[in-house]
Design a protein around this ligand. Structure first.
Ligand SMILES: NC(=O)C1=CN([C@@H]2O[C@H](COP(=O)(O)OP(=O)(O)OC[C@H]3O[C@@H](n4cnc5c(N)ncnc54)[C@H](OP(=O)(O)O)[C@@H]3O)[C@@H](O)[C@H]2O)C=CC1
Ligand SMILES: Nc1nc(=O)c2c([nH]1)NC[C@@H]1CN(c3ccc(C(=O)N[C@@H](CCC(=O)O)C(=O)O)cc3)C=[N+]21
Length: 287
C-alpha cells in the first residue's frame, strides 16, 4: 500500500507544538519571536506564499511583519531596510522573498542579511556551513523534505537519491542534506542526457523542476519514494506538482501530494528556525 507523506498533518502538529511553546513564553513574560518577510512587487505566486507564511506565524503567535515594497525600489534602499532589521534586537528572522526584480542583485541582498537572522538559510555563510556538514540555518524546503521523510521512518542511509533540479533554494542544498544523511546522491537538470536512465535507479526521487506533471510512471522505479516539490498551475488553473500523481501512485511505496506535501513543511521549517532564534534570545531580558 502506498504511504501518503502528509506534509500538512505534520506541519499542523509541529506548528501546534510551537504555539504551545509561545504561550508558555507569554506566561513567563518573555519577548515573542518576530519574523520579518520582505516582499517586493506584485508577483501573485509570491503573494500566496507570503500569505500562507503570515497565517502560520499568526497561528503560532509570532509577531509577523510583512514589509511590502514597490517593484521599482532601488537596491541601495532595500539594503538599508535590511540593515535596519539587522540592527533591531526585537527581530529574530528576516526573509526576502525570491525571485527579486532583475535590477536587484540577489547575491548582494542575501549577503546583507545578518546570518544569525537568516531563517531561510540562503546567506553564503549558512550555505557554506551546510556544505562542510556543520549546518546552522537550513534552507527550508530541503529541510522540510528531510523532516517529513524522517517522520515516516524512511531510511536514507545507503539509499540512491536522485534530485531533478539544481536551484540554489531546493536542489543544491538538498544534495548536502542527503549526503549528511549518508545517501548516495545524483542531481539531474535540463542538460542531463537520458533523464529516465537516472530516475529509474532512484530509491528516492525528488522532483524540483517547475513543469506541471512532468514525472510519469515510466520515470519511476517500482517501490520508490517520490517527493514532489513542484508548485505549478495546470491549464485549468489548478495547483499541481511536477509529478503526475495519479499515474505514479500505484507504482510507488510513498509519495508527497501537492498541495499538502512539501509546501506546508517549508513554511513550518521557517517557523521552527525563527523559534530557534527566539530560544537563544527571547528569554534573556528577564534574566
Ligand atoms: N513547495 C515548496 O516549498 C517550493 C516549491 N517550489 C517549486 O519547485 C519547482 C522548482 O523550483 P526551483 O527549485 O526554484 O527551481 P528553478 O525553477 O529555479 O529551476 C528548475 C530546475 O529544473 C531543471 N529542469 C527544468 N526543466 C527540466 C527538464 N525538462 N529536465 C530536467 N531538468 C529540468 C532546471 O535545469 P537547468 O538548471 O539546467 O535550467 C533547473 O535546475 C517550482 O515549481 C517551484 O514553484 C520552489 C521552492 C519551494
Ligand atoms: N526567500 C524565499 N524562500 C522560500 O522558501 C521561497 C521563496 N523565497 N520563493 C518562492 C518559493 C516557493 N515557496 C513555497 C512555500 C510554501 C508553499 C505552500 O504553502 N504551498 C501549499 C499550498 C499553497 C496554496 O494552495 O495556496 C501546499 O503545497 O500545500 C508553496 C511554495 C517558498 N519559496
Amino acid at each position: 500500500m502506498t504511504v501518503i507523506l502528509d506534509g500538512k498533518a505534520l506541519a499542523n502538529k509541529m506548528q501546534e507544538d510551537l504555539a504551545n511553546e509561545v504561550t508558555e513564553w507569554k506566561n513567563k513574560g518573555y519577548r515573542i519571536p518576530t519574523l520579518v518577510v520582505i516582499l517586493i512587487g506584485e508577483d501573485s505566486a509570491s503573494k500566496v506564499y507570503v500569505k500562507n507564511k503570515e497565517k502560520s506565524a499568526q497561528k503560532i503567535g509570532f509577531n509577523s511583519i510583512v514589509r511590502r515594497l514597490d517593484i521599482t525600489i532601488k537596491e541601495e534602499d532595500l539594503l538599508s531596510i535590511i540593515e535596519s532589521y539587522n540592527q533591531d534586537d526585537s527581530v529574530d528572522g528576516i526573509l526576502v522573498q525570491l525571485p527579486l526584480p532583475k535590477h536587484i542583485d540577489e547575491e548582494k541582498v542575501l549577503l546583507a542579511i545578518d546570518p544569525r537572522k537568516d531563517v531561510d538559510g540562503f546567506h553564503p555563510l549558512n550555505v557554506g556551513k551546510l556544505f562542510v556538514g556543520d549546518p546552522d540555518m537550513h534552507p527550508c524546503t530541503p529541510y522540510g523534505i528531510i523532516t517529513l521523510l524522517k517522520e515516516h521512518n524512511i531510511q536514507l542511509a545507503g539509499k540512491k537519491v536522485v534530485i531533478i533540479g539544481r536551484s540554489n533554494i531546493v536542489g543544491k542544498p538538498l544534495i548536502h542534506m542527503m549526503l549528511n544523511e549518508d545517501a548516495t546522491v545524483t542531481i539531474a537538470h535540463s542538460k542531463t542526457k537520458n533523464l529516465k536512465n537516472e530516475t529509474l535507479t532512484a530509491d528516492v526521487l525528488v522532483a524540483a523542476i517547475g513543469q506541471a506533471e512532468f514525472i510519469t510512471s515510466d520515470y519511476v522505479k517500482e517501490g520508490a519514494v517520490v517527493v514532489d516539490v513542484g508548485m505549478n498551475r495546470n491549464s485549468e488553473g489548478k495547483l499541481v506538482g511536477d509529478v503526475d500523481y495519479q499515474d505514479v501512485l500505484p507504482k510507488v511505496s510513498a509519495i508527497t501530494p501537492v498541495p499538502g506535501g512539501v509546501g506546508p513543511m517549508t513554511i513550518t521549517m521557517l517557523m521552527e528556525q525563527t523559534m530557534n532564534q527566539g530560544r537563544k534570545y527571547c528569554g534573556e531580558e528577564k534574566e
